[in-house]
Design a protein around this ligand. Sequence first.
Ligand SMILES: [Zn+2]
Length: 377
Amino acid sequence: MRTRRGFQCIYAGFIPECAGSLLESAEHCLPRGLGKFLGSERLRGRVCAPCNQELGKVHDVFLHTGPEAICRELMGLSGRKKHRPKNPYMEQTHKVPPIDALGKFPGTDMDVLWESASGGAAIQVIPQIVITNPSEIRRIRLTPEMRSYDCFSRVLKSEGTAASRVAVMVPEKELAMYQAFLARFYGNSIQNTNLSTFSSGGSTTARMLFTPSPDYYRAVAVIGFHFLLSHCKLLSGLEPQFAGLKKYIASGGDRELFLKCGTDPLMKQVGLFQCSHLLSLKIADNAINVILIYFAGIGSNFVVWKLTIPAPETVISMAAEGWAYSYYPRGIKKKDFDGELLPLMDQRCRVPPLLKLNLLNPQWPTLAVDVFRKPPA
Ligand SMILES: [Zn+2]
């Protein structure tokens, strides 16, 4: 299954869609949605196009369902197009649910769903119905399809019809339509609380609720593995020691065999020149450790990922190295690049190359932004 160029896809035998051999391919080890970094080499001749496409799905989950989706907005990486291609607060990504960011609606005791707005600098309420009954509170996103009564009633029925209070949060122009839908669905027996007529202003804090999905974890592993291959030229990626990791990347499984996460108290003292992704490699106890920290420099809770892979003999004496994929200050692009690759010892990002790890319970970043915006209008 080799071509005349001698390349063989490293996922042959692992990903069913694999084309086996390839003439030429090049991919970024960081997903393109995180930006383009000057000096970052692409991984060439290792992964075929069909495998790239399959792994692109887990990258999509990584970019759209976790804290990175919010960080991308804050860094202006998702707002290039006039309207964003996908709203991660409203839509699922490859069957992974949208982001839940919960916070009190100003002036009330009710937790509602928010989304980031204005490039991440503020938050606003997403269109939703909040159904309260004595035992629980449910929030239903009002997607464009729910402007049809058939769809609206089907979704509400599937949620159960018991309600002691229903609140609608929609743009003013849609309010009458949804009030009519509710009157038709429930009869006139319930009290509608129309929050959108509350006076504007006030502030709140939204908190992101995040449980990583299996595909999210796989994406972290893919990035770490491809970072290793692009920085360690002695490795082809075909070494038998990588079989277990490739099986996990291709089809999931017990991620704790390879991937652990925690926080690193040392990182709080690190002075970063600019927001960066920090990736480093180190050999210890016949294993390669790849340490990954995404969006270091945003917030104070760094989640540190540690990918551990058995080391092939060829790299047993490999020197440790670390790199920062460092963004330019917000709004700056140089020749189409969003940032540059800097060695971790560089003065501009004073980060020690070998991060000492204390694995603790993960603490996910929270979105904490003041709101001085009106509800959707
Ligand atoms: Zn392949």
